[in-house]
Design a protein around this ligand. Structure first.
Ligand SMILES: O=P(O)(O)OC[C@H]1O[C@H](O[C@H]2O[C@H](CO)[C@@H](O)[C@H](O)[C@H]2O)[C@H](O)[C@@H](O)[C@@H]1O
Length: 303
């Protein structure tokens, strides 16, 4: 190869290398932008897009909300959760607004979730909807056959035998949560399988939750059924045509509400995972987005 050919070869080679570097750089910037946009917090303007047309005809608004992971960020222990001041005051104004019906549907015991929210004028459902508490203090308890509930205490006793440092049982009377958040991560699969085996052995349903297994009685009742019940109780059997329903939740048990509201409501799943399968209308990345949702609703219904 003469000198001129060598120079031209080198210059072609360096152009190819530079182009490749540029392509890789542009691709990684694009991927980063995509990731950021999927994790980006929605603004009030985004909620205009999600909800403005939906509520335009000024029907009743029913707002149904989950608590842990939706109104309050997940914490190391259930006693340590709290809503931010901004969430609290937006929810307070909404609960006071006669144009909005508000219900909180939680996996916690009903009195526990009421104490966490601390607002009157709100309907509370606890134990994944098995118990409902109205503002006038009347209660609804979903019936659980004796053949099922008779196993509950025995199941608790068996689960106590497998609890070890970092795991514990939250006994909520009719359902329980077996927590293992504080165990070493490499122990999670093992303890989860052991707990599931016991729960299912006693005929209860074992549902995966955040670093926990929920043991629920095998009755045809869940958060979705409770949502239907609450809406019919408040707005009558025709609620689907008279009421606009908005729901937000973060867990697998919340998917039952999204399912019930398909085609009639707008639902939000709080998740940082853009690929998580969900029946919700929209995914939002965090509890911060729910505060923005509350602020949006408060503003729209404040005059
Ligand atoms: O339906 P929710 O209101 O979302 O309640 C679901 C369960 O939430 C609680 O456990 C979860 O949150 C805790 C606090 O952030 C966290 O420490 C725990 O690891 C999570 O699993 C609550 O303790 C359960 O009773 C609820 O069923």
């Amino acid at each position: 190869m003469d000198r001129q050919s060598q120079r031209s070869f080198k210059s072609t080679l360096s152009r190819i290398v530079i182009s490749l570097v540029l392509i890789v750089h542009v691709a990684s910037c694009f991927e980063l932008a995509l990731q950021l946009s999927l994790k980006m917090e929605p603004t009030l303007v985004d909620f205009d897009k999600y909800l403005e047309n939906f509520i335009a005809d000024n029907k009743n608004l029913a707002l149904l909300l989950d608590y842990d992971g939706t109104l309050a960020p997940i914490a190391p222990h259930p006693n340590l959760t709290h809503m931010t001041d901004e969430t609290k005051s937006a929810l307070n104004r909404i609960a006071d607004n006669s144009r909005i019906f508000t219900a909180v549907i939680s996996g916690r015991g009903v009195d526990d979730v009421k104490a966490k929210i601390g607002l009157n004028g709100v309907v509370y459902a606890g134990n994944h909807g098995l118990e409902i508490l109205y503002p006038n203090s009347t209660r609804y308890n979903q019936e659980i056959p004796g053949s099922v509930s008779g196993n509950y205490d025995k199941m608790v006793k068996e689960l106590e035998k497998i609890t070890r440092s970092g795991s514990w049982i939250e006994n909520k009377g009719v359902s329980l949560t077996f927590h293992y958040r504080a165990m070493a991560e490499d122990q999670h699969d093992m303890i989860r399988d052991e707990a599931k085996f016991i729960i299912e052995g006693f005929g209860y349903r074992a549902n995966q939750a955040h670093c926990a297994i929920e043991a629920k009685p095998p009755v045809h009742w869940h958060k979705g059924k409770a949502a239907e019940y609450i809406l019919s109780h408040n707005f009558g059997e025709e609620w689907r045509s008279t009421t606009k329903v908005v729901f937000a939740g973060d867990d697998t048990t919340d998917e039952d509400v999204c399912e019930i509201l398909k085609g009639v409501g707008v639902t939000f799943r709080v998740t940082a995972d853009p690929n998580l399968p969900t029946k919700a209308t929209y995914r939002v990345p965090s509890t911060r987005s729910i505060t923005t949702l509350l602020n949006w609703i408060d503003q729209k219904f404040s005059n």
